[in-house]
Design a binder for this molecule. Structure first.
Ligand SMILES: [Zn+2]
Length: 207
């Protein structure tokens, strides 16, 4: 099952805000829950790569673990999770959300895959595709352009993660909300996150 919890609001806000955040350490995002209370999310631009410079990635097809550089891994994730033909700002938003999701997964859920931090399955953690396989799926005339665009999206957002009250968030994301997101407990039961509330979302083709 593709990750289904709804979080397009983050992507949309990031799309709007990323162009203006480069002179600030933090950027505040505002989300509106159904009772109209305002909650605050921030883009923290100071993630300390000393914590996780590399991660241990579980390849589910052969059950092997590969240690990879965090942001190099994100290039493989972004290229698997979103079409490279999309606007560069959408790719940057995906890079920030994927970096946030990755670090949260490592910090909060580090025993799920034994010695590995995260796996390459979109039905479990998040999608990943090797550069070789990714390039092979693109037409030859756009391969270099598309890969460079992915790398730009990751490199131009280095160190950026989304936080709530100073803590990195569980940045679950999806491709299409169908117009309205679902509260976390409505999908999985259990507790809710203050920043994962049901909201109306703009219908945007392909996002
Ligand atoms: Zn997994």
């Amino acid at each position: 099952m593709k990750k289904t919890i709804i979080f397009i609001i983050i992507i949309l806000f990031l799309c709007f805000l990323i162009p203006i955040i480069f002179t600030r350490k933090f950027e505040t995002l505002q989300i509106f829950s159904e009772d109209k209370e305002i909650e605050e999310l921030q883009i923290d631009k100071s993630y300390n790569y000393d914590d996780y410079t590399t991660i241990k990635l579980l390849h589910t097809n052969d059950n092997t673990i590969e240690e990879v550089n965090l942001d190099e891994y994100l290039c493989n994730v972004v290229s698997a999770e979103i079409p490279a033909s999309y606007n560069i700002e959408a790719l940057k938003a995906q890079a920030v959300v994927a970096r946030t999701y990755t670090i949260y997964t490592i910090v909060k859920n580090n025993v799920k895959h034994g010695q590995a931090n995260i796996c390459d399955s979109p039905s479990c953690c998040q999608a990943w595709i090797s550069k070789e396989n990714r390039l092979a799926k693109w037409d030859e005339d756009v391969r270099t352009q598309y890969w460079n665009k992915i790398v730009e999206a990751v490199n131009s957002t280095i160190g950026e993660v989304v936080t709530y009250e100073g803590e990195i968030i569980n940045a679950l994301y999806h491709a299409n909300s169908g117009g309205k997101t679902e509260i976390a407990s409505g999908v999985w039961g259990g507790g809710d996150y203050p920043y994962l509330q049901s909201v109306e979302t703009a219908r945007r083709r392909g996002i």
